[in-house]
Design a protein around this ligand. Sequence first.
Ligand code: GKR
Ligand code: MG
Length: 440
Amino acid sequence: MKISELKLHSIAIADPPLRSSYGLHAPWALRTIVELETDDGIRGVSETYGGEEPRAALEAIRNRLMGMDPFLLTGLLRDMSRDADALTEGNTSVPGGRSQTWLVPGENPLDQTTRTFAAVEIACLDIIGKAAGRPVCDILGGRVRDRVPFSAYLFYKHAGGGGNSDYPDEYGEVLTPDAVVRECRQMVRQYGFREIKVKGGVLEPAIEIESIRTLRSEFGPEMPLRIDPNCAWSSDTSVHVAESLREELSGGGYLEDPCPGLDGMAEVRRRLLDCDIQTPLASNVAVTCLADVPRARQLDAVQIVLSDPHYWGGLRQVQLLSHLCSVLGMGLSMHSNSHLGVSLMAMAHVAAASPNLTFACDTHYPWQTERDEIVAGGRIQFENGCVPIPDRPGLGVELDYDQLARGRERYEKIAFRKRDDEAEMRKHVDPGWKRILPRW
Ligand code: GKR
Ligand code: MG
């Protein structure tokens, strides 16, 4: 079996005006849908970051992929990593290095290789699954769970549903603690989530503390809570928030990337332990590759790592991470960015085959709509907050080519090509807005 065709589809999907410490989401999110076809007619699919750069990086390995046996992924990763090492070694041009302190996921040139490899790997695993007649999680060594739990991912947001303002605004404006509770009730009612994440770093910490407290009194301790301000707080503020939410973030909750850098997180952890506050710290900003994990452990800066197949280098790298975390006594959760059903299924398959997944995974899926879904049969259905793993071969999804064509048309029609939340913030909310870390 040999790869005989690579097709790349750049699409745009509507995205509501969600806020984070990076700024504001644009009305559109961009994705690239990757299709690989083999000489015996099997098609594998994956979904990755959108815009020109991710596409160009995939185009750049087109020749390497043509004629490749889709089983032989290790050699591809080795070859691509060699190039990556050359790019990364001594490279000081990227602010924050490999971290996501300054650059949103998908924009850091230093993880371009793992991102590009992941897109190929996932499509190849889909092919392998289809060739073997088995779901991808079984190709990865077998599932340890049939249903993968996801978390409600709450955002402060402005009014609007995204796109050309012609998409429904399901959740309305959410800029107060009461509105966050309303958003959560709605999301939980629809998807059945049993864990809750709040994207913080947007409003004064006192308001965000109040939001978490209000959620706790509404949903009770059986719904663990996490808050993620994406480094918006100083060490002092991080400690203050953790002290204030000592009870609310306990029992399966966590504090995610409260302040920038591993040293900052280590300081916060020491100070919390001194006050006998056990709230674990999680990260997808300061820990973005396997090489970061031992240092994070050594400093006790991070107790929970957020995996993400899209930039960690695919499904098998996430399994390695799961194992490494278990060896080092660390927990594992999963990070997400705006995505459709192909990504959701890739995330679900690897989560099903990762024993040490200790928390429900993040997903932005509720923020996207049926109208933009490119998976045949429409949106993936959640059951009690979980994605059930289908018994169908591969990822278990096929593309709806009409929907895909609509996604391409939207992409062609807009000028937007690169996520820049700071620019969106200046355009729509505050012309003088700058990302300041720490802001509080
Ligand atoms: O979607 O605005 C967003 C998030 O802030 C996203 O970009 C983050 O990468 O979800 C992410 C996180 O957990 O840090
Ligand atoms: Mg995060």
